[in-house]
Design a protein around this ligand. Structure first.
Ligand SMILES: *[C@@H]1O[C@H](CO)[C@@H](O)[C@H](O)[C@H]1NC(C)=O
Ligand SMILES: *[C@@H]1O[C@H](CO)[C@@H](O)[C@H](O)[C@H]1NC(C)=O
Ligand SMILES: *[C@@H]1O[C@H](CO)[C@@H](O)[C@H](O)[C@H]1NC(C)=O
Ligand SMILES: *[C@@H]1O[C@H](CO)[C@@H](O)[C@H](O)[C@H]1NC(C)=O
Ligand SMILES: *[C@@H]1O[C@H](CO)[C@@H](O)[C@H](O)[C@H]1NC(C)=O
Length: 342
């Protein structure tokens, strides 16, 4: 689990920097809500000195009289509900895990209440006293999203759209459809979608050095998390999975103009986000006027030439017709003169 390795924190101890990890509470079976009288074991995972298995357990911030890595709750009672956290010899206090004990016909069980995008989420529609439930439907925010032949589904890679209130329904005894209560699940963003920026505002003259920066923000306190940056222009890869968030063009040429974008990914590629496109326009040395100016200039010249030609042809034709008419009039009047004279 890469998240475990990314929870590394720098803690100065006696003037010396020592890597101390946060402990993690896991459940077995994994469900954070269970029925009354069911069993669950909580485990505390964290660094320990060799030979030291001692563990501290807390419920609602109060220390429990237990020092084993596993804490078993058998035949859970309502008073076992609470926020559990733990600590081992070489670890910091874990994030709390909220365990709820319920009494109902049907229970929506989830493997986590709060998780980070990319992590899996298991859901189960569980009948009271493990009675069989058929034809199970799962809902998020009141909308059906999946059915299951069994009573369990897993979302392998969660994203932000999986945040919501989950419930389930299923057919139980007397062929009646039962509906569970809702349970809130929150998926947290690990890093923001990146934004690509250029060290020079576009357009600029060719020959200039340019640096493109792919900027993202890590939202969890996980400074050790390695991120990989890729840079593209159009569909062409410029730089593939580098740990540097910058891409340098030592001397930008006119042909380097185009639509640039970048992508940020985790080491295993389970989370991948890309930036909007950034247009770079690089101008040649003589042409200080941008390309659109030339286009419009030549197009207008072309149109003027075309209109001129058409006008010329029309005027010429009109002129010729007038000439013919004058000639006719001349001939007719000549004829008249001849007629009257004869
Ligand atoms: C702490 O961990 C980092 C890598 O995560 C490593 O480079 C460094 O050497 C470690 N420091 C100590 C004191 O163990
Ligand atoms: C819980 O554990 C107790 C003691 O180990 C056992 O008797 C009981 O059957 C278990 N209950 C369930 C629901 O598994
Ligand atoms: C812990 O707190 C929850 C709610 O805040 C409460 O329902 C539960 O009874 C508390 N558990 C203990 C053991 O104090
Ligand atoms: C989230 O994951 C679902 C699949 O589980 C996928 O259909 C959806 O497009 C994803 N949403 C985002 C914003 O990545
Ligand atoms: C990653 O980028 C740096 C700085 O731009 C560069 O020096 C290095 O060669 C690149 N590494 C790889 C594997 O491409």
């Amino acid at each position: 689990m890469w998240l475990l390795t990314t929870l590394l924190l720098w803690v100065p101890v006696g003037g010396q920097a020592v890597n101390v990890t946060k402990a993690v509470v896991t459940l077995q079976p994994p469900w954070v809500s269970i029925f009354l009288k069911e069993n669950v074991t909580l485990w505390c995972e964290g660094s320990r000195l060799p030979g030291d298995s001692s563990t501290q357990w807390f419920i609602n911030g109060t220390i429990l009289p237990i020092s084993t890595p596993g804490y078993s709750i058998t035949k859970a009672m309502l008073k076992d509900s609470g926020e559990y956290s733990c600590r081992t010899g070489l670890s910091m206090l874990s994030d709390p895990v909220q365990l709820e004990i319920h009494k109902d016909w049907l229970l929506l069980q989830a493997s986590r209440r709060v998780l980070t995008e990319g992590e899996p989420l298991a859901l189960r529609c569980h009948g009271w006293q493990s009675k069989l439930v058929y034809n199970v439907f799962f809902y998020r925010d009141g909308k059906y999203f999946q059915s299951s032949q069994g009573s369990e589904v897993t979302i392998l890679q969660t994203n932000l759209s999986h945040t919501g209130i989950y419930h389930c329904s299923g057919i139980g005894k007397n062929y009646q459809r039962y509906t569970s209560a809702g349970m809130s699940v929150t998926v947290k963003e690990l890093f923001t979608a990146p934004v690509l920026t250029s060290s020079l505002p576009s357009p600029f003259l060719e020959g200039s050095p340019v640096t493109l920066s792919c900027e993202t923000k890590l939202l969890l306190q996980s400074p050790g998390l390695p991120l990989y940056f890729s840079f593209y222009v159009g569909s062409k890869i410029l730089e593939d999975r580098n740990t540097s968030s910058e891409y340098h063009i030592p001397s930008a040429e006119r042909e380097d103009s185009g639509l640039y974008w970048c992508e940020v990914a985790t080491e295993d590629g389970s989370i991948l986000k890309h930036s909007p496109e950034l247009e770079l326009r690089i101008l040649g040395p003589q042409s200080s006027a941008p390309v659109w100016f030339h286009t419009i200039f030549y197009m207008s010249m072309g149109i003027i030439f075309l209109v001129d030609t058409i006008l010329c042809v029309k005027i010429h034709k009109k002129f010729q017709r007038k000439k013919n008419y004058n000639l006719e009039v001349l001939l007719v009047s000549d004829q008249g003169k001849k007629d009257t004279s004869s």
